[in-house]
Design a protein around this ligand. Structure first.
Ligand SMILES: Cc1cc2nc3c(=O)[nH]c(=O)nc-3n(C[C@H](O)[C@H](O)[C@H](O)COP(=O)(O)O)c2cc1C
Length: 331
């Protein structure tokens, strides 16, 4: 206790640039231990998170406007082999985790069959995995893969009560070839401005790009392979570092993140489709995007929200959620 008081007292007397360095080193230490790229399969949670990511790549593939015939076979093969490894390492601790990725693979196999593609090797590997896990493929009934969405229905649900708004919002990976009106965009931006922020500083900022500019931004973001040209409007959500003091060096990401989620819900409410697209990249990539698109360096990029006018019908990734019991701890 005494040591920590002494340490904190000494730290408080350091110049602010040194205190920031200590902060960055403390974050570095945690990154080295807990980042999912570090000793991934030695940690059950890291393995689960990375498997959920690989699982999502398969369902997202099925949710694009045009899927390449027979797409994703290498990825599914790799997923099956990592799932086998998971079952071997952690199946006795948390087998229930496997239900969702197994359901996705089952849907993927059916999807390929419906597309006239035979994938016997994948089917055999899947069968073998199911046997090892001790489940029958026909018992895999968890919602997985994709569902069909209708714009008319989704728009009505978005204007219903709060659960109806949340349950009807989905990430959409293709839109009509038209630019959403500034009136609708500004209505959504106005609703998102109701987001709470630390001491009401409202340090968020948005930068809107249309048409070819939006496509170029997405090419640089590189997380929308296969649907870059299907998104014709991008809203870059940033947060201004100038809004935050020395004791809150990461607050910009928190306030910016809260704003971004409200913006996504607000876009849905006003009847536009949307998809959040990652800005969680290394700083060199982000800085080069910011330079290219004239986004000031004092702003940190939080997320790119692709938005647009919904087609009448669309394919949506189901993106099944983990149960609350897996994410909540009562203390
Ligand atoms: C911060 C963030 C970054 C994301 N980045 C991408 C991305 O780069 N490419 C993509 O296809 N989807 C991206 N998504 C969309 C997620 O895949 C999607 O939100 C998730 O699967 C849940 O599905 P839902 O939005 O339909 O509920 C991102 C979502 C968030 C919140």
């Amino acid at each position: 206790m005494k040591w920590s008081r002494l340490y904190n007292g000494a730290k408080a007397r350091l110049p602010i640039s040194m205190r920031f360095l200590i902060e960055v080193l403390s974050y570095w230490r945690r990154l080295c231990r807990y980042n999912a790229s570090v000793r991934t399969d030695k940690d059950m949670q890291k393995m689960q998170y990375t498997l959920l990511r690989e699982n999502h790549i398969i369902e997202k593939g099925m949710s694009m406007r045009n899927t390449r015939k027979g797409f994703g076979q290498q990825k599914v093969t790799a997923l099956i082999s990592r799932l086998r490894k998971y079952n071997h390492l952690y199946g006795s601790v948390d087998k229930s985790f496997l239900a969702y990725p197994l359901s996705t693979i089952k849907v993927y196999v059916d999807y390929q069959h419906a597309d006239g593609i035979d994938i016997p090797e994948i089917e055999n590997a899947f069968q073998q995995l199911c046997e090892e896990v001790g489940v029958k493929p026909e018992s895999l009934v968890l919602p997985a893969g994709i569902e069909q969405g209708k714009a008319e229905v989704l728009k009505a649900q978005a204007q219903g009560d709060f659960p109806s708004l949340l349950y009807s919002r989905h990430s959409m990976r293709y839109f009509l070839d038209e630019i959403p009106s500034k009136e609708l965009l500004e209505k959504a931006l106005g609703l998102a401005a109701r987001t709470p922020s630390a001491c009401n500083r409202q340090a968020w900022h948005t930068h809107v790009f249309f048409g070819e500019d939006a496509h170029e931004l997405l090419r640089m973001q590189d997380g929308c392979k296969g649907f870059t040209e299907d998104i014709h409007c991008c809203i870059v959500v940033t947060a201004d570092m100038k809004g935050f003091l020395g004791h809150e060096p990461f607050q910009c990401y928190i306030d910016g993140g809260l704003y971004a989620q409200n913006l996504i819900n607000a876009l849905h409410y006003v009847g536009l489709g949307s998809i959040p697209l990652s800005c969680g990249f290394m700083s060199d990539k982000l800085i080069s995007i910011q330079k290219h698109f004239n986004i000031p360096e004092n702003e940190v990029m939080i997320v790119i929200v692709g938005t647009g006018v919904m087609p009448e019908e669309m394919k949506l990734a189901i993106s099944t959620r983990r149960p609350v019991s897996a994410t909540n701890t009562y203390h």
